[in-house]
Every structure is written in structure tokens, then in C-alpha cells.
Design a protein around this ligand. Structure first.
Ligand code: RI2
Length: 314
């Protein structure tokens, strides 16, 4: 299809030109909206089957952040409902465009709500450590800062892609006091920390949190020093398939994100591993801050059952 937005969006997400679990969900959904708008579909059935293929392609761009399949499935479910009603092609297209717009609006609103709920946990003088870069976490800091609270953020660099620099830079530009530390300094700094706040790519039915590689080490250190460990995540990061025993797939990325190619060429005997995410067990998580409220990890299963009565397939 001329002007097909799916291929370019797939590549942007895969290459991490567009990154962050919430953002990739919204960008995928906008691509589906554009796909619906620019396409020429002769029948409602053609539209539906092409939309499903486009959605499957987008879902395959990155395997771990469940926000991506959840967002695509949300749109496909709207399309399926209209298909069952046998609406004409123009109505089917309009229905998908409306579902996409609805998802994007509610995603942005959810982030803002999480910001306001999370900000209530910040007291004057708090030192908060964060790992990687999360819009939901940034929303909490932005809301607390706007409310005039004085706090300090410690951002880990987050090797190998250094998303911690994005966090530090954006907070500093907002006027929040922030220090950037190497990931390996987390334990040294943890004794000053009141709580840790991170985002999530997926949350399992048992309340385990899948987030950027290194998060579980930070959680372990926080546990050791009795610093609380909070997670900020929209409910579309809950992974419904974990209710039926599925595991969350951990993405492994290119070794060249860890070492330059010439180094690896000289050291062909070295196997460089680059897992992008890890799993923090629920025992190390104190609270999960969502737009539907603030829950202990043990409460996630109830929220998941309420929101996803049918397990979704990726
Ligand atoms: P928001 C990111 O993944 C990080 O792991 C971050 O914690 C998580 O998504 C959630 O981000 P990546 O795309 O949705 O950098 O809160 O691999 O922005």
C-alpha cells in the first residue's frame, strides 16, 4: 500500500528510535490509525484481514513490553466487534480510527493520573533513585515538582543504551535536582535513598515486574537497605497471558550495543550477551502505582481479572 505506515513504524520501534513501553504502544496505535485512514479497502472483510496482519507485524517489533500487544489487541477487538455486526467498510474504518484515538487519549491521561497519585508519595527532602527512563516515572516527578516539593533524584546511567541520561537531562531541564551515577554505584548510593521508583514493561499476574535490565539488582539492594521499591505503570502494562501460565519473553538485543564491532572482531571467542530486561520478584516490590489506584503486588491479580476477563493472545 502506498504510504503504508506499518513498515516504517515497525522499524522505528525495533531499532528503539521510538522507545519506552507507553510510547511504543501509542506509536503503534497511531500507525494502525494511519493505516486505516490511508488504505483503500474494497470490503470490510479485506480491511479486517489487512488490519490484523498490520497489527501482528507491529506486535513482533519488540517482544517484552506487553503494552505493545495489549494496545494492538485493543484496536483489533474494536474492529472485531464491528465485523461481528457486519458494518460496511467505511463504518469499520471509522470504528478503528475512533478506537485508536480513544487509546491514545486514555494512555496520555493515565500517565498524568499516575503522576498525581505517585507525587503524593514524595515528601520534602526525599532522595529517590530511578533506573532507565520512564514516562510514568517522569510524570510522578513532574507532578511533585509542580506541587512545590523539594526532592533529589538519583538516576542510574542504564547501560548499555544509557536511557538514564534522558531521565537526568529531562529532569534537570524541569528544574529537578538530579545526579547521574554509573549502574555499578547503586549500592553505594542506596543508603541515602528513601525509595526507588521505576517504570515497567510488563507486570505478571503474581505482581512480578519486568523492567529494564538491572532493575532487579536495584530492587535487591533497596531491599537490603530497607528502601521502599515503587513501580509506576499504566494498566495496559499488565500481562493477561501470565494468568494462564505464559512467561514474559525477555528480549535479547545486538552485542554491538554492549561493545563496538571492531572489539568483537578482535575477540571472536567472547560471547557478548545483551538481555534488555529482567524480572523483579513481587517480594521486592512495595507498591505498583497505576491510573486505577495504588496496589501492592499481591493485588495485581484482582486488577488483572477485572480488566482482562478473557486472556488475550499476543
Ligand atoms: P514508560 C522502557 O523500555 C524501560 O524499561 C522503562 O522502564 C519502560 O520502558 C517503561 O517506560 P525501553 O523501551 O512506558 O527503553 O513508563 O527498552 O515510558
Amino acid at each position: 500500500m502506498k504510504g503504508d505506515p506499518i513498515g516504517p513504524t515497525y522499524l522505528q520501534i525495533k531499532s528503539m528510535q521510538v522507545r519506552g513501553a507507553g510510547r511504543i504502544a501509542r506509536v503503534a496505535v497511531s500507525a494502525l490509525r494511519d493505516f486505516a485512514k490511508v488504505g483503500r479497502f474494497s470490503t470490510a472483510e479485506d480491511f479486517y484481514s489487512e488490519l490484523v496482519s498490520a497489527g501482528e507485524k507491529l506486535k513482533s517489533a519488540r517482544p517484552t513490553a506487553v503494552s505493545l500487544p495489549n494496545a494492538v489487541n485493543f484496536v483489533l477487538a474494536a474492529a472485531r466487534r464491528n465485523r461481528e455486526k457486519a458494518v460496511p467498510v467505511s463504518a469499520a474504518v471509522n470504528g478503528v480510527v475512533a478506537a485508536c484515538d480513544g487509546f491514545i487519549t486514555s494512555s496520555l491521561k493515565a500517565t498524568k493520573t499516575i503522576g498525581d497519585y505517585g507525587a503524593k508519595r514524595i515528601r520534602d527532602g526525599d532522595v529517590i533513585l530511578t533506573h532507565c527512563n520512564s514516562e510514568a516515572v517522569t510524570a510522578v516527578f513532574a507532578s511533585a515538582h509542580k506541587a512545590g516539593k523539594k526532592f533529589v533524584v538519583i538516576a542510574t546511567e542504564t547501560r548499555p543504551r544509557f536511557q538514564g541520561r534522558i531521565t537526568a537531562s529531562s529532569l534537570s531541564k524541569r528544574g529537578v535536582e538530579v545526579s547521574l551515577i554509573p549502574d555499578s554505584a547503586a549500592r553505594l548510593y542506596m543508603r541515602k535513598v528513601d525509595f526507588v521508583l521505576v517504570g515497567a514493561d510488563a507486570i505478571a499476574a503474581n505482581g512480578a515486574v519486568v523492567n529494564k535490565i538491572g532493575t532487579s539488582q536495584v530492587a535487591l539492594i533497596a531491599h537490603e537497605t530497607r528502601a521502599r521499591f515503587y513501580v509506576a505503570a499504566e494498566t495496559y502494562k499488565l500481562s493477561p497471558t501470565t494468568m494462564t501460565g505464559e512467561l514474559v519473553e525477555i528480549e535479547h538485543r545486538s552485542p554491538y550495543e554492549v561493545v563496538p564491532k571492531p572489539w568483537l572482531d578482535e575477540n571472536r571467542g567472547v560471547k557478548v550477551e545483551n538481555p534488555a530486561f529482567d524480572v523483579t520478584p513481587p517480594e521486592y516490590v512495595d507498591l505498583i502505582i497505576t491510573e486505577k489506584g495504588v496496589f501492592p503486588p499481591q493485588g495485581i491479580i484482582f486488577l488483572m481479572k477485572e480488566l482482562y476477563d478473557q486472556p488475550m493472545t499476543r
